[in-house]
Each structure stands twice: as structure tokens, then as C-alpha cells.
Design a protein around this ligand. Sequence first.
Ligand code: ATP
Length: 299
Amino acid sequence: MLKVKNVTKYYGDFKAVDNLSFEIKEGEIFGLLGVNGAGKTTTFRMIMGLLDKTEGEITLFGKKIDYSLTDYIGFLTEERSLLTKLTVFEQALFYGHLKGLDDTEIEKRLDEYLEKFKISEYKNKKIKELSKGNCQKVQFIMAILNKPKLLILDEPFSGLDPINVELFKKEILNLKKNGTIIIFSSHRMDHVEYFCDSLLILVKGESVLEGKLSKIKKDYRKKNIKIIGDVLKEELEDIKGVLKVEKNKNEFTVQIEDDLYIDCVFKYVSRCKNIIKFEVEEPTLNEIFIEKVGAKYDE
Ligand code: ATP
């Protein structure tokens, strides 16, 4: 279990992280989200022991994170962190040694992953000769070469084509299955919805929303109703509880302020003709994110 308890970080007078607490169990994927400058990288760096916290406590498996534990942590950063003059194999040796692995084990694991990610032919190529997507694959391999018990993934799919995104997704789910604690950060809410069991949204260093994804969605009272049929936009807009109506091709999306109002929309629709769709949907994480972050951001 990773425990972050009442952690605060000041850079000089500036409070970058404010009294942050969360816990992640083995085999769980946790989304740490926020707009640019919200404090995510600062939090990652404190978890990895690269940055001192001003207050609070961080423990992994009940122990403060020190050098004995960093061997079990993997980190995929948003910035390029590879040594571009080295070959992929030399880079793996460099990282592997830092994580306490011997040459034979490093090469065995590297060969396995290069094959999995279909880049075996690049083993002896210099990093600077690789494409952006292949560099991202090598960065990912470096982050998991030590078979981490805690893995931090910051925008892991950056620069990848859809086929390679699928390869990465499969491997991330494999790691989860093997019990790795995973922190996932991305501005792509569809990826967050796909992976994360729980999440936390940071705004200006402070948590504005935290919990299980399913519960966050259930608790969010606004819902969308999708309708196809002979309805009128203006009439839908006049119904009590309706916040917004959008039309895309022949489908209407009606946003209601609370699920209490589903009935009001249903009553109207039942008087209309040719209704072939009436579906109540959970809000997307994107909608929730924009509302929660927007409200706090404007303060
Ligand atoms: P992004 O999504 O853009 O990567 P982030 O959520 O990772 O952003 P951080 O990099 O943690 O955000 O930065 C949080 C805040 O702390 C920002 O306002 C940033 O300007 C500030 N900050 C970060 N590093 C330092 C530093 N070394 N000294 C002073 N301020 C810093």
C-alpha cells in the first residue's frame, strides 16, 4: 500500500501542494489529475524521494521511501529522460544497474520487452536515431525493467499511434494483474476512465474531488439523456431541470441538473412521435473534470 498523508510542499512562499492525502492498494490504478501547474509532478517527485516535502508523511508498504525502496519504483515522465547518445541496450544497462540488477538479468528482461513492443531491431541503435513513438516505448521499458511494485505513469501514451496505445494498455493491465501499484496521470479523460479504479483531481495543489470512479459518477447528479425522434429543441429546453440541449445529426443530448428530472423529460417525449431512442447516460469524466476544476479555477 502507498500512503500519502497530509503532505504539503512549499517552494519558498508558494504552496504547490496543500495537505494532500490518498492511499493506493496493490493492483490498483489511481488517477492523479489536474490542469497544468496543479502540483502533479511535485507530488510524484515527493513520492519518489527526489524532493523533500515541507510537511506530511509518505510510506510504501509501511516504510518511509528511501534508497532501499526506490529500486522497486518505476517512473515514466512526460519529459524525455533518456541519454540520447547511448544505444537502447547501453541505456538499459545504465538504468538496470541503478536499480540493482545484473547484466544477464537486464539483457534478458530487455530482450523480452523489446520483442513485446516489436522493436527488437533497435536494441543496438542510438536513442537519438529513434522516432518519438519508439523513444516512448524505450522510456516505458526502462520504467518497468525493474518490475516495479510502484509505477508512476505520467502521460504514458504521448506520441504513440493507436496500435501502440493498445500494446501499452495491455502491458499496464498485466502489471496491475501482478499487483503493481500504479499512479496514472493524463489529460486524456477517456484513458483515465478506461484504467482508473479511483482518482483524485488537484487544483492549485488542493484535492477538489477524490474517490472511486464509479461512485464519483453515481454521485454526480447531472445526467445526459440521448433522444432520437420528433422532438423540438426549444420545447426540450423549456422542461423543468433541463440545463442544456445539443443536437448532433438526428440525436439530441439533453443535460439535466438532477436525475429527479428524468421523468419530466420522459413525459414530454412520450407525447412525441417516432421516438426510437431514449437513453439516460452517466456523465463522462471529462464533464465532471471540467465542472469541478472550472469552478475552483475561476476563484
Ligand atoms: P503540468 O501538468 O504542467 O506538468 P503539474 O501539475 O505537474 O503541471 P507542478 O510541476 O507540480 O505541476 O507545479 C506545481 C506548481 O509549482 C506550479 O505553479 C509550478 O510553477 C510550481 N513549481 C514547480 N517546481 C517549482 C520550483 N522548483 N520552484 C518554484 N516553483 C515551482
